[in-house]
Every structure is written in structure tokens, then in C-alpha cells.
Design a protein around this ligand. Structure first.
Ligand code: 5GP
Length: 180
């Protein structure tokens, strides 16, 4: 029987490919943050699965915080408007903050967030994004740790949504033509 997911989405990165890359990122972050007090700052909601897997791939005594940012109002186009919908539970002052994001598309959301974070005086801020779509960039964002660079596709799954659905796919896929 063809599942709903198979009818809707073509697989781009299957679960084991994601996990293998996350293990590599975790090992690199573990080396880079030796002796530092690391806070993973998960940008909600798209990074929820990524941050839990990444955190377990990092061999350091880190903390995890959540920041809700909304730049999409459904559909597949950025509104350009960014709002903080949920804030962190502990001050980020003097922390080594690693922002964990699902995807950098136009870069507008991250530009806003990095400006907002700088005002909180962390010891350092770096960025880890599972996906990057450089062909869509409207502003330059330096990504310190990138999982995969992708072409201009609207992707879903592993935290990424289409109108709040499909986040629970264990893989990352591309909506089939006509499925939207
Ligand atoms: P940006 O501000 O860089 O254009 O977009 C940032 C946010 O838009 C991402 O964190 C993500 O929530 C959403 N987004 C951008 N591209 C995609 C995509 O291909 N698929 C999905 N599901 N969300 C996307």
C-alpha cells in the first residue's frame, strides 16, 4: 500500500543520511567547544528534531534553550516579517551560544535573530543550520556548521513543515508537484 507520505513527498535525505551527517557535525562541535560552556539555542519549531539528535552527538556538558521565531504565515513564501513567539528561559549573557536552525533560506529570519542575540551579550554566537539554500539568499549569513547545501526546493520533514503539517516525517523530502 502507498502511504500518505509516499504520495506527497519525494525523499531528498533519508534518515540514516541525516544521522550520519549529524554525527559528523556533533564531533566537530565537540572538538571546537572543548572547555567552553555551550548552550544550544534551538529555533522553534523547525529545529526540534535536529537539536535533539545534534545534542546527543555532542560530547560536552551543554545546555539547551528554545527560541520561537516566526517568519512564515503558512504557504511557502517568507513574509519577511519576524516575530519572537517564545523566549529563552535563562539569560544568554556570557554563554557560548550555538544557534541551531533548520534551514537558512533568504537569511532574513537569521539576520534578525543574530541582531537580537547580540544585544543579550553572549560570550560568543555561532550558527549551525541543517540545510542552506544559498540560491535564495537576500542577505549574507555566515553559517559555521552546515549539514547540507540544497537547491531551490521547498523541503519538508524532520521538523520542517508545510502549513504546520509533515514535520513528523523521519526524512527530508520535496513536495511532489501538485501535492501543494
Ligand atoms: P528565511 O528567513 O531564511 O527565508 O527563512 C527561515 C525560515 O523559513 C526557516 O527557519 C523555515 O522555518 C522557513 N523555510 C525556509 N525555507 C523552507 C523550506 O524549504 N521548507 C520549509 N518547510 N520551511 C522553510
Amino acid at each position: 500500500m502507498i502511504t500518505f507520505h509516499e504520495k506527497t513527498v519525494d525523499v531528498l535525505y533519508e534518515e540514516k543520511t541525516l544521522q550520519a551527517r549529524i554525527a559528523e557535525l556533533g564531533a566537530q562541535i565537540t572538538r571546537d567547544y572543548q572547555g567552553k560552556d555551550l548552550t544550544l539555542l534551538c529555533v522553534l519549531k523547525g529545529s526540534i528534531f535536529f537539536v535533539t539528535d545534534l545534542a546527543r552527538a555532542i560530547d560536552l556538558p551543554l545546555t539547551i534553550e528554545f527560541l520561537g521565531a516566526s517568519s512564515y504565515h503558512g504557504g511557502t513564501e517568507s513574509s519577511g516579517e519576524v516575530r519572537i513567539t517564545t523566549d529563552v528561559s535563562t539569560p544568554l549573557k556570557d554563554r557560548h551560544v550555538l544557534v541551531v536552525e533548520d534551514i537558512i533560506d533568504t537569511g532574513l529570519t537569521m539576520k534578525f535573530l543574530l541582531g537580537n542575540l547580540a544585544a543579550r551579550h553572549p560570550a560568543s554566537v555561532k550558527l549551525c543550520s541543517l540545510l542552506a539554500k544559498p540560491s535564495r539568499a537576500k542577505v549574507q549569513i555566515d553559517i559555521d556548521y552546515t549539514g547540507f547545501v540544497i537547491d531551490d526546493h521547498f523541503v519538508v520533514g524532520y521538523g520542517l513543515d508545510y502549513e504546520e503539517r509533515l514535520r513528523n516525517l523521519p526524512f527530508i523530502g520535496v513536495m511532489k508537484p501538485g501535492a501543494i
